[in-house]
Design a protein around this ligand. Structure first.
Ligand code: C2E
Ligand code: CA
Ligand code: CA
Length: 653
C-alpha cells in the first residue's frame, strides 16, 4: 500500500513537473542549478559511501560485493568529475541536459548503494556489516531527498532505488524482523515523498515569486524608459542607453548624435488637435526607425524633438546618413486624407571630435540644431566650434538685454531715405542702438536675433515704435517714419493694437508710419500675419518689404500684401557680388515697382556712382552712407531743418 502510494505520488509529481507553466523555464533552471551547488558536501557523502562499502566487502569476502564496490567507486569518481567540470551557469548546457546528466549519476549511485546493502543482507554478512551498509543506503537516500528537493523526481528516484532493493531483500529473507524492516522502509519512502513534495512546492513558490517580481521590476523599468506616444526611448531611456554605449567606446568608429526638431509641429497641434499631433509624432518615429542604421538608439526628447545616436565609420558616412534620415522623415504624410508637410531641422555632433562625453555631445548637437533652425530650417547642420563662442556671447547678451531698456542703454537712431529725384528726405528709418557700459556699442545684428529668440523682441519692439513715434511727431507732416518689425512681434497677441495705441499716445497719424518686414515673415503662411497686415493697413499704416532679394524671395508675397515699397538689399548695390547681373535685377524690380505702383528703395548707397546707377536703373528712393548714417534724433531734426532752409541739403548726384 505504502509502495503504491509512493509510486502514485512520484507519478503525480512527475506529471506536475512535466507540465510547462509560464514560469517554468527560468524557475526550472534555478532549481536544476540547485542540484549542482555544494559539490563538497556531495563529495564527502560519496566518499563515506565508497569507503564503508569497501570495508563491508573486505570484511564479508564475497566477490560480487567487491565488484559492486568497484562500480560504486567509479560512479562516485564520475560524479565528482562532473560536478567540478560542468558549470550549471554555462549557457551551453541546456537545463534538460544538466538535469539528465545529474540524474544519471545520482540514480545509478543510489541504486548501486541499495543493491550493495541488499546483497549484504541476502548473503547474511556479519550483523555489523549489515547495519553499516543498511544505514549507509538509507541515510544516503533520505539525505539526498532533502538536498535535491528542488528536483523531486531525482530526489525520490534516488531514495527509491537505494531503499527498494533493501525492501526486496527483507521480504526475501522473510524473518519477522526483516519483513518489519521492509515495511518500515516503504513507509519511510512514502513519508519522504510527502515531505519532498511539500519542500518542492515551497521552494518553487519562493523562486517563482522572486522571478515574477524581478520580471515585473524589469518591465516597470522598461516602461519608465519608454515614450508612450512613439514607443521610442524617452529622456530617461536615452540617458541610460547612451551611458551604456559610451561605456564601451567603439574601436575605429565614431559616435554620431543626430538631434531632430520638427519645424512646424506646434501649428499641427494647434490647428488639427493633439490626437493628430500624436499620430504625426508616431509616424515620424516610424520613419526614423526605418531609416536608422542597425543598432541605433532612438528617443523622443520632449515635444517634437527626436534623437538618434549610432556608430558611424566616418564623417562622410554621417553626412549621407543625415541626408537619408532627413529625406525620409520630411516626406509629406497623409492623416485622415489631410496632406501634411513635416519640415524638420537637424543638428549633428560627433564623438570624439565635438565632445568627449554625453553631455558635451548633446550640447554640441543642440547648438548645431539651433543654427540649422536660424539658417532657414528644414536642413541639417554639423556642429562647429565657432558655434560655442557665439553661444557664450549670446548668453551674456540675453542676460543683459532685458535690463538694458530700463537702464536707458538703448536708443534709437534715424537714417534718412532720400528721394533720388529731388534729393529730399522722405522718410527716416528707425534703427536701434545699444550702448553697453562695458562692451561698447552693440550692433542690432548681434542682439536683435537674441531678442527674437528669447521673446524680448516684443517688449523691445513696442518700446522702439513708441519712442520713434514720439520723435517723428516733431517732423514735418510729409516726412514719414519707418520701423523694422520682426516676425515674432507680429505673432504676439494684440500686436496690431499695441502699435496703434503707441501711435495714438505719441499723436502720430498712422499714415505716417511705415513698417518694414522681411520675407522671413511669409515663411509660415499663417492667418495671424494676414490679419495683422490687413488690420494695420486698414488704419492707414504703410508696409515695406525689406532686404528684398536676400531670402526666400517669393513674388507671391508681393502680390498678396499691400506693400507700398520694396527695399532692394544693399548686397545688390555695394559689395563683392555687384555687377551686371545685380544691375539687371534692380532694373527688373524697378520696372515691376513702376507697374505695381510701388516705390523701389536702393539700400546701402555709399558712393555717387552707386546713386547714379540705381537712379538710372529706375529706383525712386535711396538710403545709405552717401546721404547719411543713422543719427540721433536731434541730428535727424537738424538734417530736416537744413534741407528745408534756403541753403538746402546736399543735392542728389
Ligand atoms: P536693415 O533694416 O536692412 O537696416 C539697414 C542697415 O544697413 C542698418 O544697419 C544700417 O545702418 C545699414 N546701412 C545703411 N546704409 C548703409 C550703407 O551705405 N552701407 C552699409 N554697409 N550699411 C548701411 P543696422 O542699424 O546695423 O541694422 C541692422 C539690421 O538690424 C537692420 O537691417 C534690421 O534688420 C535690424 N534692426 C535694426 N534696428 C531694428 C529695430 O528697431 N527693430 C528690428 N526688429 N530690427 C532692427
Ligand atoms: Ca530695415
Ligand atoms: Ca534692409
Amino acid at each position: 500500500m505504502a509502495m503504491s502510494y509512493a509510486i502514485r505520488r512520484l507519478r503525480l509529481i512527475g506529471r506536475k513537473f512535466g507540465r510547462r507553466d509560464p514560469l517554468d523555464e527560468r524557475v526550472r533552471r534555478t532549481l536544476v542549478q540547485s542540484l549542482y551547488t555544494q559539490p563538497v558536501s556531495m563529495a564527502i557523502g560519496l566518499l563515506v559511501g565508497v569507503v564503508s562499502s569497501g570495508i563491508a566487502a573486505l570484511v564479508t569476502g564475497v566477490v560480487i560485493l567487491d565488484y559492486a564496490c568497484v562500480i560504486l567507486a567509479m560512479i562516485a569518481a564520475g560524479r565528482v568529475w562532473l560536478s567540478v567540470s560542468v558549470s550549471p551557469d554555462d549557457p551551453r548546457f541546456s537545463t534538460h541536459n544538466l538535469e539528465r546528466l545529474y540524474a544519471l549519476g545520482a540514480v545509478s549511485y543510489a541504486l548501486t548503494l541499495g543493491l550493495f546493502a541488499a546483497l549484504a543482507i541476502v548473503f547474511e554478512s556479519p550483523p555489523g556489516v549489515q547495519a553499516l551498509t543498511l544505514v549507509n543506503a538509507i541515510a544516503y537516500g533520505v539525505g539526498v531527498c532533502a538536498r535535491n528537493a528542488g528536483r523531486p523526481a531525482i530526489a525520490l528516484g534516488q531514495l527509491s532505488v537505494s531503499a527498494l532493493p533493501l525492501t526486496a531483500a527483507g521480504l526475501w529473507v522473510g524473518t519477522i524482523a526483516h519483513v518489519s524492516l521492509a515495511i518500515s522502509i516503504l513507509l519511510l519512502v512514502g513519508a519522504m515523498a510527502s515531505i519532498v513534495q511539500h519542500l518542492f512546492a515551497t521552494l518553487r513558490g519562493a523562486i517563482g515569486a522572486a522571478e515574477t517580481s524581478a520580471q515585473l521590476a524589469e518591465k516597470m523599468q522598461l516602461l519608465a524608459r519608454t515614450d508612450v506616444v512613439t514607443g521610442l526611448f524617452n529622456r530617461a531611456g536615452l540617458n541610460h542607453a547612451m551611458g551604456e554605449k559610451l561605456l564601451v567606446p567603439p574601436k575605429g568608429k565614431l559616435l554620431a548624435l543626430f538631434w531632430l526638431d520638427l519645424d512646424r509641429f506646434k501649428e499641427v497641434n494647434d490647428i488639427l488637435g493633439h490626437p493628430v499631433g500624436d499620430r504625426v509624432l508616431a509616424e515620424v518615429a516610424r520613419r526614423l526607425r526605418e531609416s536608422a542604421p542597425e543598432g541605433a538608439t532612438m528617443a523622443r526628447f520632449g515635444g517634437d524633438e527626436f534623437i538618434m545616436f549610432c556608430h558611424v565609420a566616418s564623417r562622410p558616412e554621417c553626412e549621407r546618413l543625415a541626408g537619408r534620415v532627413l529625406d525620409h522623415v520630411t516626406r509629406p504624410l497623409r492623416i485622415d486624407d489631410e496632406r501634411l508637410e513635416v519640415p524638420c531641422s537637424m543638428g549633428i555632433a560627433i564623438l570624439p571630435e565635438d565632445g568627449a562625453d554625453a553631455d558635451s555631445l548633446m550640447q554640441a548637437a543642440d547648438l548645431a540644431l539651433y543654427h540649422a533652425k536660424i539658417g532657414g530650417k528644414n536642413h541639417s547642420r554639423f556642429f562647429e566650434h565657432s558655434m560655442s563662442r557665439n553661444l557664450m556671447r549670446r548668453r551674456e547678451i540675453e542676460a543683459e538685454l532685458r535690463a538694458a531698456i530700463q537702464r536707458d542703454e538703448l536708443s534709437i537712431f534715424f537714417q534718412p531715405i532720400v528721394d533720388l529725384e529731388s534729393g529730399r528726405i522722405r522718410t527716416f528709418e528707425a534703427l536701434v542702438r545699444w550702448f553697453h557700459p562695458e562692451k561698447g556699442e552693440l550692433k542690432p545684428d548681434e542682439f536683435i536675433p537674441v531678442a527674437e529668440e528669447t521673446g524680448v523682441i516684443v517688449t523691445l519692439g513696442n518700446w522702439i515704435t513708441a519712442q520713434a513715434a514720439r520723435t517723428a511727431v516733431h517732423w514735418p507732416d510729409d516726412v514719414t517714419l519707418a520701423v523694422n518689425l520682426s516676425p515674432l512681434q507680429i505673432k504676439a497677441p494684440g500686436a496690431a493694437l499695441g502699435i496703434l495705441s503707441a501711435l495714438r499716445e505719441a499723436g502720430l497719424d498712422p499714415s505716417r508710419l511705415e513698417l518694414e518686414v522681411t520675407e522671413r515673415l511669409f515663411l509660415d503662411d499663417d492667418q495671424a500675419t494676414a490679419n495683422f497686415i490687413n488690420e494695420l493697413s486698414g488704419a492707414g499704416v504703410q508696409f515695406a518689404l525689406d532686404d528684398f532679394g536676400t531670402g526666400y524671395s517669393s513674388l507671391g508675397s508681393i502680390n498678396k500684401f499691400p506693400f507700398s515699397k520694396i527695399k532692394v538689399d544693399r548686397s545688390f548695390v555695394s559689395g563683392p557680388n555687384v555687377g551686371r547681373k545685380s544691375e539687371a535685377i534692380i532694373r527688373a524690380v524697378a520696372e515691376m515697382g513702376a507697374r505695381l505702383d510701388m516705390e523701389i528703395v536702393a539700400e546701402g548707397l555709399e558712393t555717387v556712382d552707386q546713386v547714379r546707377a540705381v537712379r538710372a536703373s529706375g529706383c525712386t528712393l535711396g538710403q545709405g552712407y552717401y546721404f547719411s548714417r543713422a543719427v540721433p534724433d536731434y541730428l535727424a531734426a537738424m538734417l530736416l531743418a537744413q534741407e528745408r532752409s534756403p541753403v538746402g541739403m546736399r543735392a542728389s548726384g
